[in-house]
Design a protein around this ligand. Structure first.
Ligand code: NAD
Ligand code: DAU
Length: 336
């Protein structure tokens, strides 16, 4: 029986993953280890708080004592989602990104060696590959070329993971996924920010010319991929996941306006993100061929369900758009 330490389980993808895995596998036990930063929210898993195979521990991945205490719970596997995850925040201050994403990964890797695990899964990102031109795709052998402090910290963590596999034989697997969307995403990322602003008839800030391209994947497709990489991934390997769903930001923005019945006058073109990556697109054929995985949620269906989720969870949104959020919003966007 597996007892999995899931780090960052109170964030967007981690909370979706825990809910998904507990339902998909009636034997697995999960210890959710999360520091509850601004992005971590116990309400994301309120429905599971009394679940017999689930337990929450508050702790910091960069703190050795916290991590050792969690590992003493009979952990058999680690799936490491915890991170500072927002590019714009990494441009304001890269310090927390290096601490959590780099040092935190090193501390976890040391704990994985000390206690022994069957598998260590590192949740990385396609951003470690940098930016594409108008053609081509990221494969698992694309050289790392991170451009933001966020992606640089994720790439550093990936290199540590690979070094621990190579040097110590630690059974690691790295996943690199494209842009996720779905329920419980913090409204600092494009899709939830724009949906929640539009629901309140607020403008939406489009960076630069709006023709930057992202490859969108529903969070549950990513969760299924992480499960497959954990169960069947070969130690030392990297697996890319993507939605085969490329879209320029301005096209997505106009789609959101249409689905929500709002006017295009709510679009505000604002200053571009410094160092903004132009295009991401994932070749996920390795995961399809070797893990039996494929993205299943059509974007139109997933996006409509995501909009409906935010419409019915405005209390959740209101609790997040608190004083800290307003301060961040002011700093990032000023007056729109
Ligand atoms: P998120 O920001 O929503 O959640 C991050 C979680 O990590 C929060 O619960 C937070 O409290 C926790 N955390 C932060 N610092 C911590 C620390 N020092 N110790 C313990 N917990 C800490 O992030 P997300 O969007 O759910 O992303 C999860 C992972 O997936 C990240 O590693 C990210 O790099 C990766 N990823 C995200 C996407 C995406 O589109 N969101 C795509 C590919 C990969
Ligand atoms: O590709 C995977 C990555 O996707 C993850 O590793 C990151 O954790 C996650 O945050 C996401 O990074 P992006 O920077 O691509 O996501 P974001 O939602 O911040 O931005 C998506 C696109 O929209 C990007 O081109 C910037 C643009 N954008 C974003 C915001 C927040 C805007 O035009 N306006 C905005 O206000």
């Amino acid at each position: 029986m597996a007892r999995v330490l899931v780090t960052g389980g109170c964030g967007f993808i981690g909370s979706n993953f825990i809910r998904y895995l507990l339902a998909a596998d009636a034997t697995v036990e999960i210890v959710n280890f999360d520091a509850l930063t601004y992005a971590g929210n116990l309400a994301n898993l309120a429905d599971l708080q009394d679940h017999p195979r689930y337990r929450f521990i508050r702790g910091d991945v960069a703190d050795r004592d916290d991590v050792r205490m969690a590992m003493q719970q009979g952990i058999t596997d680690i799936i490491h989602f915890a991170a500072e995850s927002h590019v714009d925040r990494s441009i304001h201050d890269s310090g927390p990104f290096v601490r959590t994403n780099v040092i935190g990964t090193q501390v976890l890797l040391d704990a994985a060696r000390e206690f022994g695990v069957n598998k260590y899964v590192q949740i990385s990102t396609d951003e470690v590959y940098g930016s594409l031109g108008e053609t081509g795709y990221f494969t698992e052998t694309t050289p790392l070329h991170p451009n933001s402090p966020y992606s640089a910290s994720k790439a550093a963590a990936d290199l540590l993971v690979q070094a621990y596999h190579h040097t110590f034989g630690l059974p690691t697997v790295i996943t690199r996924c494209s842009n996720n969307y779905g329920p419980y995403q913090f409204p600092e990322k494009l899709i939830p920010l724009f949906i929640t602003n539009l629901l309140q008839d607020q403008p939406v800030p489009v960076y630069g010319d709006g023709w930057h391209v992202r490859d969108w994947i529903h969070v549950l497709d990513h969760c299924r991929g992480v499960e497959a990489a954990w169960r069947y991934g070969r130690p030392g390997e990297v697996y890319n996941f993507g939605g085969r769903c490329e879209m320029p930001n301005i096209v997505l923005t106009k789609l959101l306006l249409k689905l929500l019945g709002k006017p295009e006058s709510l679009i505000r073109y604002v200053a571009d993100r410094p160092g903004h990556d132009r295009r991401y697109a994932i070749d996920c054929s390795k995961a399809e061929q070797t893990l039996g995985w494929r993205p299943q949620v059509p974007f139109e269906t997933g996006l409509a369900e995501t909009i409906a989720w935010y419409q019915t969870h405005m209390a959740w949104v209101a609790s997040i758009k608190n004083k800290d959020y307003v301060n961040y919003y002011q700093k990032q966007y000023g007056q729109l």
